[in-house]
Design a protein around this ligand. Structure first.
Ligand SMILES: [Zn+2]
Length: 407
């Protein structure tokens, strides 16, 4: 078993220890007789830092719990400098204090928040998750309201301001049973580590915590969403809350600047813009429809009938496939004897072939034939087919060839 120095003092950032094991594979790792490094467990993520022995220093990049109670410290192998750690060697460990303080603020923040949800709404926390950017708790409840979330945030921040002492105690299971723990302990061990936020919350927990709730700084609740077993509430505490609020402010300011509006007016401005876009889109569709109908009439008027049919061949520019389809529909539905071979050169080179219902050709087959020559792809039904080609260069010749066949 590794003697876990963080169990008694979360503010111990450096320590001396002795190497018990040093391995190169599967990952370079160290096991020490004692360690202040926190291994990932109980929802809290690991510490990082350095281990030094003489001239040799390594960066600890991950710390994990082994089943037999030992703590394993993983480090990055440096090919050029083989590490020289051997069992029995004395080392000095240094924890990344900024990261540790952040984890203490998040984890103690979680205990306070969980207590606040119980006190206000009798909602119990079933799990806690800490990631690099945000944290979350899952509450055992079928419903959660905005008022409950805002109430818990307010109460949690009051508890932080009241600066309650946070005590670490070790008790037997029988003693623990008398303490009214927030949640039954998960471990089978005879001795339990208790985190006691005086007057607020008593929990069995192995994590690193602040000494006074004031050191949490503040807590900011973010997204809350329904999950399989209840409701998930995301939060950030301490400096992380400040950094998150800063990021939010920057994003909101950028958005507001786009609208030349105050940040609090940004949602209303965005809503107005979306409504405007929707209405303009509708108007544009109607205009294109009208334009296609007018263009179809003018094309049909200038196209002579041959063998009882009008074969329309047109190459357009700056019209998309949708407009081409619209025009093809207007052309072939206005009369019963029209065949439309349409192309657009930009923005994307594309072809649309269509015929009035009852005409004898197969537009799908004709289009495939042309596409095979142009190196494009497409298909469709007997009366309407569409496709895209990589280049528009040979469109005119290809369309003329097809038109020839149809006459
Ligand atoms: Zn905990």
């Amino acid at each position: 078993m590794t003697d876990r120095l963080y169990y008694r003092d979360s503010f111990l950032y450096d320590f001396d220890a002795e190497v018990r094991e040093a391995a190169d594979s599967p990952r370079p790792s160290l096991i020490l007789d004692r360690s202040a490094f926190y291994p990932t467990s109980g929802g809290q993520i690991f510490d990082t830092g350095t281990v030094t022995a003489g001239d040799s220093q390594i960066k600890i990049t991950e710390v994990a719990d082994l089943e037999d109670g030992r703590v394993v410290h993983y480090f990055e192998a440096q090919d050029s400098v083989p590490h020289s750690f051997k069992p029995g060697m004395r080392i000095h460990g240094q924890i990344d204090a900024t990261r540790r303080r952040d984890h203490m603020q998040q984890h103690s923040g979680q205990h306070v928040l969980s207590a606040a949800f119980i006190r206000l709404s009798n909602l119990h926390t079933v799990s806690f998750h800490m990631a690099d950017d945000y944290c979350s708790i899952d509450l055992d409840t079928p419903t959660l309201t905005k008022a409950q979330v805002e109430g818990a945030e307010r109460l949690a921040n009051d508890i932080i301001l009241e600066n309650h002492p946070v005590e670490i105690r070790f008790v037997t299971r029988e003693q623990a049973a008398q303490l009214g723990l927030r949640k039954p302990p998960r471990t089978e061990r005879d001795e339990l580590r208790i985190i006691d936020i005086k007057g607020i919350d008593v929990s069995a927990c192995g994590g690193t915590h602040v000494n006074q709730t004031g050191q949490i700084g503040c807590i900011l609740l973010r997204k809350f969403e329904k999950v399989r077993q209840g409701w998930r509430v995301e939060f950030v505490a301490g400096q992380r809350a400040v950094a998150t609020a800063r990021r939010d402010f920057i994003a909101l300011t950028e958005t507001a600047t786009l609208f030349s509006a105050h940040i609090y007016d940004a949602p209303e401005q965005a809503r107005k813009s979306l409504e405007e876009i929707r209405s303009l889109r509708k108007q544009r569709e109607q205009s294109l429809e009208d334009l296609a109908a007018a263009q179809a009439l003018s094309i049909l008027a200038e196209t002579a009938e041959e063998n009882g049919r009008k074969v329309v061949v047109r190459t357009l520019a700056d019209r998309d496939m949708n407009y081409l389809k619209l025009l093809a529909q207007k052309l072939t539905r206005t009369s019963t004897n029209v065949i439309a071979l349409l192309a657009t050169t930009s923005p994307q080179p594309a072809l649309v072939f269509a015929q009035s219902a009852g005409q004898p050709f197969d537009m799908g087959a004709l289009l495939k034939e042309v596409m095979a020559k142009l190196g494009g792809r497409g298909g469709g039904s007997k009366d309407m087919a569409q496709g895209g080609a990589p280049k528009a260069e040979r469109f005119e010749t290809a369309l003329a060839e097809i038109a020839e066949k149809l006459l």
